[in-house]
Write a protein that binds this ligand. Structure first.
Ligand code: NAD
Ligand code: ZN
Length: 362
């Protein structure tokens, strides 16, 4: 096996029910290290609710509630970065705290990069484009599965350029994680399933691909086995033990994510054209990929039926020719994962006709 990329992991984590109570201590340590306010980016679900517990925010800090009703767009991140700069008034923040699902965690990561790098969010969509380290970031997931808490990217949509692409950089990563499974108790069941499935997809796409790394293989296998326990085991998928398993699976899967296969490109097409949320779009993608991933497809169908999750048919019926073209273009553009899964001749396997037929069968 060839030598792996020089790999960074998040240096610190706290894991366990009730870990959220330690956020105050973590932020306090940052206040001692850097004289400046803290910036909190919190999923809008927690606006006006007591579900979160006490937030260690002081009067000089800023709290932004992140609207995640749509996947984060570059313009939205630019606007939040402007507001953050205004609140900071020339000072450096002592830390940025992201609290929420994958979308909020990504927004906090993206704003962090923009506070130390000039220009706009879209200038950094790609690989290794971020030049200066971001401020210190603490990540607190409230919904587990994307692995956004430990990945080196933050996925942003860009309608103008018709793409969904992150700022892939070691600077995008969190410096500290607080993994408290209790925060996910309020997640609606269907959402828990769809986001949890993201770990399943990242990990099986990775082990089924040709770009391999032996550590990633082991992380993926562990996360897959946790997913099977959660979604096919005897307990309720949201039992306390399973909430913890999901937090661990998301973390391990996040460290393993990066080399996806056919599911994610098709999912990206669906998100760009139909604005389908990521986790659900992945599920629709796998629902038409039985030929490519027969074993995973079978397990996934069992999971769907075990939890009575419905994927109503017909989401791509009666679209315009232009929309079918856009679905195809938004998927086939992801050459790296498609090559990982199908080899360099992936266009001969996933021809335009075949891919559009797959969309029509969803
Ligand atoms: P999300 O962040 O979009 O949240 C989904 C819904 O769950 C929202 O309505 C939110 O308000 C709600 N929610 C979150 N926590 C809750 C809680 N504790 N109780 C009740 N409701 C809660 O969903 P997601 O699936 O976690 O994230 C999807 C996003 O993550 C997409 O934008 C996707 O592109 C991105 N993503 C990023 C990476 C990465 O490595 N950076 C990887 C995969 C996906
Ligand atoms: Zn994903």
């Amino acid at each position: 096996m060839s030598v792996t990329r020089n790999t960074k992991n998040v240096p610190y984590y706290l894991l366990g029910f009730g870990a959220f109570a330690q956020l105050g201590g973590l932020v306090q340590a940052r206040r001692k290290a850097v004289q400046g306010p803290a910036l909190f980016f919190i999923d809008h679900f927690f606006h006006n609710t007591e579900h979160l517990g006490t937030l260690p925010a002081e009067s000089d800090d800023s709290v932004f509630f992140v609207d995640v009703s749509r996947e984060p767009a570059v313009e939205y991140v630019d606007a939040l970065a402007d507001k953050s700069r205004e609140a900071l008034a020339g000072r450096a923040p002592c830390c940025i705290v992201g609290i929420g699902g994958g979308a909020t965690l990504d927004v906090a990561k993206a704003v962090g990069n923009l506070l130390t790098n000039p220009g706009k969010a879209e200038d950094y969509q790609g690989w290794e484009l971020v030049k200066n380290p971001a401020p210190y970031k603490i990540g607190v997931p409230t919904l587990f599965g994307t692995g956004a808490e430990c990945s080196r990217t933050c996925v942003l949509t860009n309608q103008r350029r018709k793409l969904k692409l992150g700022m892939n950089s070691d600077f995008t990563m969190y410096d500290q994680l607080l993994l408290d499974p209790a925060l996910s108790r309020t997640v609606p069941r269907e959402q828990f399933f769809f986001t949890g499935m993201d770990t399943y997809m990242h990990c099986f796409e990775s082990v089924r691909g040709s770009y391999r790394n032996v550590i990633v293989d082991h992380l993926s296998e562990s996360a897959l086995s946790l997913c099977r326990e959660i979604f096919l085991g005897p307990e309720d998928m949201m039992s306390e033990a399973n909430l913890e398993r999901m937090a661990v699976a998301s973390y391990l899967g996040g460290m393993a994510a990066g080399n996806v296969g056919v599911v994610h490109p098709i999912s990206a097409g669906l998100s760009i054209v139909l604005h389908l949320p990521h986790g659900k779009a992945n599920c629709y993608a796998l629902s038409v990929l039985e030929e490519i991933y027969p074993e995973e497809y079978a397990a996934f169908t069992a999971m769907l039926s075990r939890h009575s999750i419905d994927l109503p048919k017909g989401i791509c019926e009666k679209l315009t020719e232009e929309q079918y073209e856009a679905l195809y273009a938004g998927s086939i553009v992801h050459e790296k994962p498609l090559t990982n899964a199908l080899g360099p001749a992936f266009r001969d396997i996933l021809t335009k006709e075949r891919l559009i037929a797959k969309f029509k069968s969803m």
